[in-house]
Structures are given as structure tokens and as C-alpha cells.
Design a protein around this ligand. Structure first.
Ligand code: GLY
Ligand code: MN
Ligand code: MN
Length: 434
């Protein structure tokens, strides 16, 4: 059984008796006039099918103990395939991807009332896809109208993502291999960026260096829009304009990851444009690095990310007090959230098919604890903008250091360890490539 078939079986095993689950594929999105963005499959659909074409839908049916996986997808079309590319079609979907049957996507609405008649539960991604919501509401109303003919409608509607995202949260061996590869390719891109960086370059030119390496290593897409932020731009958390000049004496913050076979890398590194940290940059950098290393050392089953963040906040506040950037008393500063002027995001997030991957994180009062098989990022930072009320030497410095970390049975494994992050290692790498 393929990985995808066994995931479908795992989902089916958790479905109610007499139920049906709907998983829509992604669709192509127009970028301008008649050109599209590169197609990216819906992650939930991909996780269960491994099928990478748009305009498709997976149905999982559990009826009287009989389980079926049906695919609805685009039909073979000679002309469309000459113009736009190969389509798998229905018969190969059955023979190659292991579905019980496949039908043309146009037939979905016609088949659904019959398939749903007599079932008690419908699973679908509720309120996420207006076209799907509308289609299902038409189907359900058609069944309601047939009540006098003996047709019945489901009485329970469940968001299928509650089951699926729990599955996606704990990574299998195969997924860990792909996430490791995504992290290694991402790391190679960051190393190339450190080697190629010099004053006077445009941020987008440095972006091109790192994305060149991603593609050379088999990652055709980035997992998210790359952030290449020189100087003050590093204080904009999701800066993606990347059209500033990289200046001698500034730091550059790169937050970028390759997507490899659907899986995301997500690495941040911050380094001096000219290859040598100034004294002020080095002080702040070392504080973020020490915080990141101690946060990673706390990653293990049974610990909550939110508690790792609380410790990171303490460490950052102590460091900022020592440098004179914050003044006052540690506990009070934390209570007043004074650190949020300089550290305003969380410590990390789940990583998988999506860069901010799915899965329940609990609530601040009852946080989800880490478990073996989860993959998370650990990414503390400090951002001191030009308008901050601090000495000039600390200004226009944005630093984030981010690694991808697998939670193992006894602790953690850093998947993105190939990119240097100590001051000495970074300076040595940059020196050797000048
Ligand atoms: N690159 C987005 C993030 O680090 O969360
Ligand atoms: Mn990132
Ligand atoms: Mn991240």
C-alpha cells in the first residue's frame, strides 16, 4: 500500500459509521489577465492523495463497514494537454494512485446526492472554500427536497480537518526524510547567500543567490516568500519587498526556506553585509543566539512551546537590561510586556507541508505539549528600529535566528544545523569566500 493509501485508510478508520468525507484539491489562481501563479496543491488533499493536479476532489466513504476512496479529476483532453500539459485522467488514477474508482470532476455534483443518501455524517472543510460550501448546500437541499421519495440527509456535519490535522501534526518517517531534505537544501541556500553577499548588492540579488541554490538542489519553489532585509528593513517581520540596497556596516536578515516535495524548510540567519559584526551588532546577536540555543535545548516531549517562549523572554530581558536597552526590574518589565518593543512574535510554530503547519496548539492556559514526531521552528529575535528610544548604536538592527527542529523521543534534532550561526563561524565562512 502506498503512503497515501495508508493515510486514507487511517482517516477512514476514524470516520463515523455511514459517513462521507470531502477533500477538495487546489485550483489555479490568476496572476494577471490570462497568466496564472505557479500551481500549488492544497496540502490536505496532497497529504491523502499525492496527486498534484488542480480541479479534483477526493471522497472517502465509510458505508456499512465498506470503505471506498473515490477521486474526481479532470478528464483526458488532447487539445488541453497539447496546450497546457499532461493530465492523469481517470483510468490511470485508479491504476497508479490506488483509488477504488475515478470519475470526471464535472460529475461530482451529480454523484454526490446518491452517495450521500442514507448516510448520517458528512465531513468537509467547513467555511473554507465558498464554492465547495455552495455545492454541498445545493446537494443537501436536493436531498431534502427528495424527502417524500424516501431520501435522507446527513444529520451531522463535522470539520474533517480536526481528524486530518492531528494526523499531519505527527510526522512519519517518510515525512521526516522530506523535511530533513527541505532543511538541508534551505541551509545550502543560506550558505551561498553568506558567501555571495557584499556591500552595494540589492536585496533581490542576494535573494536570487539563495533561490538559485534551492532550484539547483531540486527545490523548484520557496516554501514562502523569501525575506532578505538589510539594516532597518530587518525590523519589518514579514518584509518581502527585497528591493533595498545592502550597505556596508549593516546586518542582513534572511528568512527563507525551500519547499521540497511539498515540505517546507524555514530558516533565518542574520549576518553582517561586510562579513564582520560591529561591537554593538555582536552584543545583540550573541544575546539572540544564546537565547535560541537554550530554547532548542528545552525542546523535548512533554514541554510546551509557550513555556520555552517564557524562558526566552526572561533571557532576552536579562540581556537587554545588561546592555542598558531596557531599564527597570525584570519581573515588572515582563509583566508590562516592555520586551514587546523589541521581541514581538512567538518562539516558533509547527512545520510540515505548510510553513505554518496545521495542528492544535491548545490555548495559553492549556497549551499542547510537544510530542515525538512533531517538527517545530525555534526562532527568537530582537528588532530595534530607528525610532526606538535607545542609544543610536543599537538602532536599525533586526536579528532573527531560526532553525527547524524535530522532536524526538528523548529530546530534539536540529534539521537545519548545516548553516553556521556562531559569530566566529559566520565571519570565517564569509572571509573564506571573499
Ligand atoms: N518565515 C515565516 C516564519 O518564520 O514564521
Ligand atoms: Mn522563517
Ligand atoms: Mn518560522
Amino acid at each position: 500500500m502506498s503512503v497515501f493509501q495508508s493515510r486514507r485508510a487511517q482517516f477512514l478508520a476514524q470516520m463515523d459509521d455511514n459517513s462521507l468525507a470531502v477533500f477538495p484539491a487546489g485550483s489555479e489562481k490568476i496572476r494577471s489577465n490570462d497568466t496564472e501563479y505557479p500551481f500549488r496543491q492544497n496540502s490536505d488533499f496532497y497529504y491523502l492523495t499525492g496527486f498534484n493536479e488542480p480541479d479534483a476532489c477526493l471522497l472517502l466513504i465509510n458505508k456499512k463497514g465498506n470503505q471506498q476512496a473515490l477521486l474526481f479529476n479532470r478528464k483526458k483532453d488532447k487539445s488541453a494537454e497539447i496546450w497546457h500539459g499532461y493530465r492523469l485522467g481517470q483510468s490511470a488514477a485508479v491504476s497508479e494512485l490506488g483509488f477504488d474508482a475515478a470519475y470526471q470532476i464535472e460529475e461530482l455534483q451529480k454523484h454526490l446526492p446518491q452517495l450521500l443518501d442514507g448516510l448520517s455524517t458528512l465531513y468537509f472543510p467547513i467555511f473554507q472554500d465558498p464554492a465547495l460550501d455552495k455545492m454541498l448546500s445545493n446537494v443537501i437541499n436536493e436531498l431534502r427536497a427528495g424527502r417524500r421519495k424516501g431520501q435522507t440527509t446527513p444529520s451531522r456535519y463535522i470539520d474533517n480537518l480536526s481528524i486530518l490535522h492531528e494526523m499531519r501534526l505527527i510526522k512519519s518517517e517518510e515525512e521526516i526524510v522530506l523535511l530533513s531534505e527541505a532543511a538541508e537544501i534551505s541551509a545550502a541556500g543560506h550558505i551561498r547567500a553568506m558567501q555571495e553577499c557584499h556591500a552595494g548588492m540589492w536585496e533581490y540579488q542576494l535573494q536570487a543567490e539563495l533561490e538559485h541554490e534551492f532550484a539547483q538542489q531540486g527545490a523548484r519553489h520557496t516554501a514562502y516568500n523569501s525575506i532578505v532585509a538589510g539594516g532597518e528593513n530587518g525590523c519589518i517581520l514579514h518584509y518581502t519587498e527585497n528591493r533595498g540596497k545592502l550597505r556596508d556596516g549593516d546586518l542582513v536578515l534572511i528568512d527563507a526556506g525551500a519547499e521540497y516535495q511539498g515540505y517546507a524548510g524555514d530558516i533565518s540567519r542574520t549576518f553582517p553585509v561586510n562579513g564582520v559584526f560591529s561591537a554593538a551588532q555582536a552584543k545583540l546577536y550573541q544575546l539572540v543566539l544564546d537565547t535560541q540555543i537554550s530554547a532548542i535545548s528545552q525542546v523535548k516531549p512533554g514541554v510546551a512551546l509557550i513555556d520555552i517562549n517564557k524562558n526566552a523572554i526572561k533571557q532576552l530581558v536579562d540581556g537587554l537590561l545588561e546592555l542598558g536597552i531596557l531599564q527597570g526590574e525584570r519581573e515588572q518589565l515582563i509583566k508590562d510586556e516592555a520586551y514587546k518593543d523589541f521581541y514581538m512574535h512567538g518562539i516558533g510554530h509547527y512545520l510540515g507541508l505548510d510553513v505554518h503547519d496545521v495542528g492544535d496548539s491548545g490555548t495559553p492556559e492549556h497549551p499542547r505539549l510537544l510530542q515525538a514526531g512533531m517538527v517545530v521552528t525555534i526562532e527568537p529575535g530582537l528588532y530595534i528600529s530607528a525610532s526606538a528610544n535607545v542609544e543610536d548604536r543599537w538602532k536599525k538592527i533586526g536579528i532573527r535566528i531560526e532553525d527547524d527542529v524535530l522532536v524526538t523521543e528523548f529530546g530534539a534534532e536540529v534539521l537545519s544545523a548545516d548553516v553556521p550561526k556562531s559569530i566566529n563561524e559566520i565571519e570565517a565562512l564569509m572571509r573564506s569566500s571573499r
